[in-house]
Design a protein around this ligand. Structure first.
Ligand SMILES: NC(=O)c1ccc[n+]([C@@H]2O[C@H](COP(=O)([O-])OP(=O)(O)OC[C@H]3O[C@@H](n4cnc5c(N)ncnc54)[C@H](OP(=O)(O)O)[C@@H]3O)[C@@H](O)[C@H]2O)c1
Length: 237
C-alpha cells in the first residue's frame, strides 16, 4: 500500500488487515499508523519509499520480498494534488504531480511484476480520482495525471493478464479524509463541491476500502482493466 501511512491508504490498509492480509504501508515518512494500536501484530509493517524514484521503489520491493517472500496485491495509492491555473502553475508543481501520481504507479507496477509472477499472479489496484474525467479550473495537473493513470491501468491489464495479474483502478469522489479535508474545512469551497455530490455527502474511507477489498478478492477474479467509480454519483458540472 503506497501512501499507506494516513488518509485513504491507511483506511484501505486497515480493511486489508481486517481480511487477514499482511500489509506493508509505504510512504516517504515512516510514521506510526494511527488507530491500529498493535492489534494486528506482525502483519503490518511501515517501510519508506519515494515513488518518484525508480531506485527507491525497486529497493522497497526487494525489502518486501526478503521479509515476506511474495507480493500478491499492490495498491498504488500515493498521490499529491497541486492546484493552479495552467498559465500560473509552477513547473515543479506539474512535475511533482505527474511524477507521483503517474510515474510512481509505473515504477510500482514495473517492479512488482516479477514478484507477482513468482507467486503465480496478483492484483494491481491504482487509485485514480473522479477528477480524471471532470474539469475544474486549476486542476489540470491532477486531472491529467489521473486520466493518464487510468489509461496506464488499461494497458497494464492487457499486457499482464497472461501472467495472471489483474489491474484495475478505483476512482473515488470526495472522501472524508486526506486531501479532501482542507476543502471540507473551507466553507466556500465545501459549498461549491457539495453541489456536485449527488448523494449529498462525501464518501467515507471505509466505502472506498470496501471496493479495494473486492478488487483484490476471489469475487473480483474476472474484473480487469476497469475503472470503478466510488463517488455516490457525481454531477459533471
Ligand atoms: N481524499 C480524497 O477525497 C480523494 C479523492 C479522490 C482520490 N484520492 C486519491 O487517493 C489517494 C490518497 O489520497 P489521500 O486523500 O489519502 O491523501 P493524503 O492524506 O495526502 O495521503 C497521501 C499519502 O501518500 C504518501 N505520499 C505522497 N507522496 C509520496 C511519494 N512521492 N512517495 C511515497 N508516498 C507518498 C503520503 O505520505 P508521505 O507524505 O509521508 O510520503 C501519504 O501517506 C491519492 O492518490 C488521491 O489522489 C483521494
Amino acid at each position: 500500500m503506497t501512501g499507506g501511512t494516513r488518509g485513504l491508504g491507511l483506511a484501505m490498509a486497515t480493511a486489508f488487515l481486517d481480511e487477514d492480509a499482511t500489509v506493508v504501508c509505504a510512504a516517504r515518512r515512516a510514521v506510526p499508523l494511527a488507530g491500529l494500536d498493535g492489534r494486528h501484530g506482525d502483519r503490518v509493517r511501515v517501510e519508506t519509499v519515494d515513488v518518484c524514484s525508480a531506485d527507491s521503489v525497486r529497493s522497497l520491493m526487494e525489502r518486501v520480498m526478503r521479509r515476506f517472500g511474495r507480493v500478491d496485491i499492490l495498491v498504488s495509492n500515493a498521490g499529491v494534488s497541486r492546484s493552479g491555473k495552467i498559465a500560473d502553475l509552477a513547473e515543479r508543481d506539474w512535475r511533482e504531480v505527474l511524477d507521483t501520481n503517474l510515474t510512481g504507479a509505473f515504477y510500482c507496477t514495473k517492479y512488482v511484476v516479477p514478484c507477482m509472477e513468482a507467486a503465480g499472479g496478483g492484483r494491481i489496484i491504482n487509485i485514480s480520482a473522479g477528477m480524471s474525467s471532470r474539469v475544474a479550473p486549476g486542476a489540470a495537473a491532477y486531472s491529467a495525471s489521473k486520466a493518464a493513470l487510468e489509461m496506464f491501468t488499461r494497458a497494464s491489464a492487457v499486457e499482464l493478464a497472461k501472467k495472471g495479474i489483474l489491474a484495475n483502478c478505483i476512482a473515488p469522489g470526495f472522501v472524508n479524509t486526506g486531501m479532501y479535508e482542507p476543502l471540507r474545512d473551507d466553507e466556500r469551497l465545501r459549498s461549491r463541491y457539495e453541489r456536485t455530490m449527488v448523494s449529498g455527502r462525501p464518501g467515507e474511507p471505509s466505502e472506498v476500502a470496501a471496493a479495494a477489498v473486492f478488487l483484490a478478492s476471489g469475487e473480483g477474479s474476472y474484473v480487469n482493466g476497469h475503472v470503478l467509480e466510488v463517488n455516490g454519483g457525481l454531477l459533471w458540472s
